[in-house]
Write a protein that binds this ligand. Structure first.
Ligand code: GAP
Length: 420
């Protein structure tokens, strides 16, 4: 099995990611985060929010609505410019994005091999729906394709309520929707995803310096997740690739098992958006640097980076702060009430500080391997000696070494390890 299939299978088997609407045969390119996946996602979002909002004085948060007045998308240029080139195979009638066909399949249909396609036509990626009972042109609204516009249209509200001066940023985490023509590759390209975006407002003259700073910030974020430096690269967009709003864009590309592709983007959006919405500050229109981070692609990069096979075991070498469970508690034997009761007490004493797993099934070796596979950095076993010595065995996921730790010191012992 190739690496991608191994990761997809682990995600399904262990509750990270399930196919969307699976019991009804699924819905292509929609996925659900399971009990462990949602913990990983929440950890990523919390770290991002702390790093870029809570720990900084120049950035404030926002959570704007998904549905916006359609005039927003008229003004932002998305109604006209947020399009992909669509072609259809004349033989099997499957539709593709023309640029993807060229890039990945040498302009041949990956389904039937034909090279005969319809002429390119521009396809708008925004999902349309209607407000109210009548489906007419006047009741059309769109599901936002980026969170960014919610931050632009609230520019003056945020600036004035928070009394902000340039440079300052607005950050948002939220859902975005795109009617992608050729989605695929697990959670890499999906119809519904989450973005973590910042619109950073500056004086025009400062854009180059600010762009460089944000490139460093984004690299720092990736390294803080323990994503290996060798596994991502920066690529600048050629002129013809630039989005309709951008003067310069770089992508952070990750070396996924299916190829090197976009993970994040950093764009200089000039004063395009504020001008489009006729918004200004002190008589002039600020310029914008926009670092944007996709949550699903972050999850995928983290999983690809962390997946390892070592002899008999599969291990997700997640940074402890990202791991769905920080610690698992095992009573050595499930049929010894004194061990189970003591293990329960340890579990209860840790659960306020950590996400804790409980496992009393099978032999200890199997329980370790089971936790390795989901990235739990520490396993705590309560054995017969524990009662006499008031201690436990703590086993480290990566080194597989074990040490005995006094129960009274367990919380601070784990805190020190996990904070690193
Ligand atoms: N506001 C700018 C913007 O939306 P983008 O490069 O189109 O820029 C930003 O999207 C990020 O959102 C991407 O770098 C990627 O991480 C994520 N993303 C975009 N389309 C996606 C999709 N169909 N599925 C999953 N993630 C996606």
């Amino acid at each position: 099995m190739d690496l991608m299939n191994k990761i997809i299978s682990l995600c399904k088997r262990r509750g990270f990611v399930f196919p969307g609407s699976e019991i009804y045969g699924g819905l292509a390119n929609t996925w659900d985060f399971g009990p462990l996946g949602v913990e990983l996602v929440n950890n990523i979002k919390q770290l991002w929010w702390k790093r870029f909002v809570k720990d900084r004085e120049d950035i404030v948060g926002l959570s704007s609505a998904i549905l916006m007045n359609p005039k927003v998308w008229q003004a932002s240029g998305h109604l006209k410019g947020f399009v992909d080139p669509l072609v259809e195979c004349k033989k099997c009638h499957i539709r593709y994005r023309a640029d993807h066909l060229k890039e990945n399949y040498d302009n041949k249909c990956p389904n039937c091999g034909s090279a005969d396609f319809t002429a390119e036509r521009q396809f708008n990626l925004m999902f349309k729906t209607f407000i109210g009972p009548i489906e007419s042109e006047s009741s059309v609204v769109y599901l936002r394709p980026e969170t960014a516009q919610g931050m632009f249209v609230n520019f003056q509200n945020v600036q004035s309520t928070m009394r902000l001066k340039l440079p300052f940023g607005i950050a948002q985490i939220g859902k975005a929707f795109r009617n992608e023509i050729t989605p695929g590759n697990f959670i890499f390209r999906v119809l519904e995803f989450e973005q973590m975006e910042i619109e950073y407002f500056i004086e025009e003259n400062d854009w180059q310096e600010c762009f460089k700073k944000w490139q460093k910030e984004m690299e720092g974020w990736l390294l803080s997740l323990d994503i290996k430096k060798d596994n991502f690269v920066v690529r600048e967009h050629a002129k013809e690739e630039l989005s309709h709003y951008s003067k310069k864009t770089i992508d952070f590309e990750y070396k996924y098992p299916f190829g090197q592709k976009e993970l994040y983007g950093l764009a200089y959006r000039t004063d395009y958006d504020l001008k489009a919405h006729r918004l200004s500050f002190n008589g002039s229109v600020p310029h914008v640097i926009e670092p944007t981070f996709g949550v699903e692609r972050t999850v995928l990069a983290i999983l690809c980076d962390a997946y390892a096979e070592e002899g008999e075991r599969v291990v997700l070498k997640l940074k402890p702060i990202l791991a769905p469970y920080k610690v698992a508690i095992f009573p050595l034997l499930a049929n010894k009430p004194e061990l189970v009761n003591m293990a329960r007490k340890v579990f209860d004493s840790l659960k306020n500080n950590f996400t804790v797993a409980w496992d009393e099934r099978g032999n200890i070796g199997k329980r370790y391997y089971s936790q390795d596979e989901i990235g739990t950095p520490y396993c705590v076993t309560i054995d017969f000696e524990s009662q006499e010595r008031n201690d436990v065995t703590v086993r480290d996921r990566d080194s597989m070494s074990q040490e005995r730790v006094n129960i009274n010191e367990l919380t601070s012992f784990l805190n020190d390890k996990i904070a690193k």
